[in-house]
Each structure stands twice: as structure tokens, then as C-alpha cells.
Design a protein around this ligand. Structure first.
Ligand SMILES: [Zn+2]
Length: 311
């Protein structure tokens, strides 16, 4: 008999359907088969019984994270820095105030905080919450206040003009409590930027049963559609200012690489995770172009929602 799938961690819905089965085809941290379910009620896709007690195992020491902006050496990283700066400049323009306080959740060595400072001279104070100890020194050297803890444990007497949760919400077991906390931490005119994979998209349809990169299996616990994320935000005291799509080249690339490796056409392993393979850089450049070309016509691989406190 197959074990019952747990209730939806977003809405408590009790009618999940099996969405996909997947393996860790990026870091090969185990041979375990994981199950993803889709909630009939709120449309969230979630990992059944996420391994929250095995975080050290599922995030191995070689787990990928960006260095500071000064380390952006590859072509893709330079392009990313430029696009991020342009995006943040636009977002920051929508926030009043002469001295802005910015918070980045899970930002590693502080790449996006560096970008925020470069995007506007009004960014006066930069904070970061991250579980990892290793990037603390680099982040502090760059002038950011580093809070080494889980986002669930972060509290502050200060409020923030801009909070960034880029590729984070999908990693937490209880996105509702995290979004509620973020709503409390926002200033009245502040903005919360949430970026996360999109389940209502072509790459998900193509690779759903083939270790879709968007699962980042087993590290993504909960996945959304734009509508589902907006609905959860509303229930947490947030309203949508802007909802858009952006390219998700890494999840395309990882999907294709898992597919190739299953067919013996590419060798990736625990010692050689997908993102260190030379093919990865090539595929991300290719699929960034594919998604940008599709952007005017179709929802692409990643959702970017800008929230503010509901009025
Ligand atoms: Zn649900």
C-alpha cells in the first residue's frame, strides 16, 4: 500500500493528487524517490513530507550560491548583474523616502544587496538573513548586516522599505507564516519582491515526470502559479502591485541535463553536480534567450510578484 500524501502545507487542503515523482539529479544527495503532490484546493505543488530534519544532507557543502557582485566573472553573471540592476532601479523608484532600508532573505554573500546599492543612492542600510555561516564574512565586509538564522526565526524592531525573497519561498516548509512575517516587517509604503518557479509553464509540462528542474528535488518544498501566490499573499495581508514573469534558464538547463544524464548522454554525479558542468553555462545562455523570446506571449519559467501591505 502506498503511504498517504500529507495535507497541503499552504491551505491545509486534504485532497492532494500525486503530481510527480522525482530524484535528486543535481547533487545526488541520496537515491531516494520523492513525491510531489498538487493541492486541488489552492493549486500549490508541494513535496510530500519534506526532509526538514536533513537540511545538512540535502544542502551539501558544494551547494551553489552566488559570490558578491565583484566576483561576477562569467558572461552570464555580468549580464545577470546588469539585468538585476535595471529591475531593482525600477522597483526602488516606486518606494518613497530619502534613506531606504533593504532586507534580502537568503542572499548568500550579498549579491542582490550590492546590486540594490548600485541601483539607488538612497539605499542606506542593507540587511541579510541567511541560514549559512560561510558567506557572513564576505557580506559583512561588503557592509551588509548579516543575520545568520532561518527566516522563520528572524524578528526585528526595524521595518524595511524593500524586502527581497528571490528563489526562497519555495525552500521553506511553511510559506504562509513566512509571508505573514514579511508583511509585518514592511514599512507602510514598502515593497516585497518574491521570485519563484512557475508551475503553469511549458518547461513544467515537458519535464514534470522527468525530474523537472523547478523541483530542485528535494530542496523545493512548495511551488506556485502566479494566481496561487497572489491569493496566499492576500491571505497574509499583502496586495499585488505588479505580477510578471521572467526567464528561468537554470531550471530549463537542469531539466535538460537530468534528461540527458538518464539516457547516458551526460555524466553528472555527487562529485560533479550539474551546475559545475560546462554544458550548464551553455544551456542557461540558450534557455535565457528562449524564455526572453517567449516572454511577450506566454508565462515563462519564473514568477516575480511585487507586494505591498494591503490597505
Ligand atoms: Zn492547498
Amino acid at each position: 500500500m502506498t503511504e498517504q500524501i500529507m495535507d497541503c502545507p499552504v491551505c491545509g487542503g486534504k485532497n492532494p493528487e500525486l503530481f510527480a515523482e522525482a530524484y535528486d539529479k543535481e547533487y545526488f544527495t541520496s537515491d531516494e524517490k520523492y513525491r510531489y503532490a498538487r493541492c486541488e484546493q489552492c493549486t500549490a505543488v508541494y513535496l510530500d513530507k519534506p526532509p526538514t530534519d536533513r537540511l545538512h544532507e540535502i544542502y551539501p557543502p558544494n551547494y551553489y550560491s552566488y559570490g558578491g557582485i565583484e566576483n561576477s566573472t562569467t558572461f552570464t553573471e555580468r549580464v545577470k548583474a546588469r539585468l538585476d540592476r535595471r529591475m531593482l532601479r525600477k522597483v526602488l523608484r516606486g518606494i518613497p523616502g530619502r534613506r531606504l532600508r533593504v532586507l534580502d532573505i537568503g542572499g548568500g554573500a550579498g549579491w542582490m544587496l550590492d546590486v540594490a546599492r548600485a541601483a539607488s543612492s538612497r539605499v542606506a542600510e542593507t540587511h541579510e538573513v541567511d541560514l549559512k555561516k560561510e558567506p557572513a564574512e564576505a557580506a559583512e565586509r561588503a557592509g551588509h548586516v548579516y543575520h545568520c538564522m532561518a527566516v522563520e526565526d528572524f524578528t526585528s524592531s526595524q521595518r524595511f522599505d524593500l524586502i527581497m525573497m528571490l528563489s526562497i519561498i519555495e525552500h521553506v516548509p511553511d510559506p504562509r507564516s513566512v509571508l505573514r512575517r514579511m508583511a509585518d516587517l514592511l514599512t507602510d509604503d514598502g515593497l516585497l519582491l518574491v521570485k519563484t518557479p512557475n508551475t503553469a509553464t511549458l518547461d513544467c509540462r515537458l519535464f514534470r515526470h522527468r525530474n523537472w528542474g523547478g523541483f530542485h528535488c528535494p530542496r523545493h518544498f512548495v511551488l506556485f502559479t502566479a494566481a496561487g501566490l497572489a491569493r496566499l499573499g492576500a491571505e497574509c495581508g499583502l496586495e499585488v502591485v505588479r505580477s510578471q514573469y521572467t526567464q528561468g534558464a537554470p531550471q530549463w538547463a537542469l531539466s535538460v541535463m537530468a534528461w540527458l544524464s538518464d539516457r547516458g548522454m551526460l555524466r553528472i554525479s555527487a562529485d560533479r553536480p550539474a551546475y559545475t558542468h560546462p554544458v550548464y553555462e551553455l544551456l542557461t545562455a540558450l534557455f535565457a534567450a528562449v524564455d526572453y523570446a517567449r516572454l511577450p506571449f506566454a508565462p515563462t519559467a519564473q514568477i516575480v510578484v511585487t507586494f505591498r501591505r494591503a490597505r
